[in-house]
Design a protein around this ligand. Structure first.
Ligand SMILES: [Zn+2]
Ligand SMILES: [Zn+2]
Length: 158
């Protein structure tokens, strides 16, 4: 049997929580207010994948005074510290998510930008086999499927 797991954004997150100053510090970063607030935004928002703009707007909605430049700077620092992963999808904007150490692939809506996650053992295995057939020892891969989602709020061509 193939194991097939689909994890959609709205399911929220379970795993590692790095929301206190000590854990931030363990990553080599001082727990400044903008850093804590940005980390919180990722941990508390039901949507796992966020652009810099979306993080900025989330903080503004909470009346947290922060500049967009600071948001960009902190996101880059978090990525370098391994707290966040950055993905580039064909929608043209970098998307950040908490780095929980698991490998997963993505499905991206070309209309509303919604991102879903999946992990399929057979796909993983086939990629490894194909790489081997070509004389490569696979180290990493990224796979993104593009389409239009069935979300009622999305008026794409789903
Ligand atoms: Zn959509
Ligand atoms: Zn993801």
């Amino acid at each position: 049997m193939t194991q097939y797991r689909v994890k959609v954004d709205v399911m929220g997150k379970q795993a590692t929580e790095v929301n206190n100053p000590a854990e931030l510090k363990a990553s080599g970063l001082k727990a400044t207010q903008p850093r804590l607030k940005i980390l919180e935004a990722f941990q508390q928002n039901p949507v796992r994948h966020l652009t810099a703009d979306e993080v900025y707007r989330l903080l503004l909605a909470e009346r947290i005074e922060i500049g967009l430049a600071t948001v960009y700077r902190v996101l880059t620092q978090f990525e370098q510290a391994g707290l966040l992963s950055r993905r580039y999808f064909e929608t043209g904007k970098a998307v950040y998510e908490l780095n929980e150490g698991d490998h997963h692939d993505h499905i991206v809506c070309l209309h509303c930008g919604r991102v879903a996650e999946f992990h399929d053992d057979q796909i993983e295995l086939r990629q490894r086999e194909i790489a081997r057939q070509q004389g490569f020892n696979m180290v990493d891969h990224s796979l993104a499927i593009y389409g239009y989602c069935a979300n009622p709020d999305c008026s794409g061509e789903g």
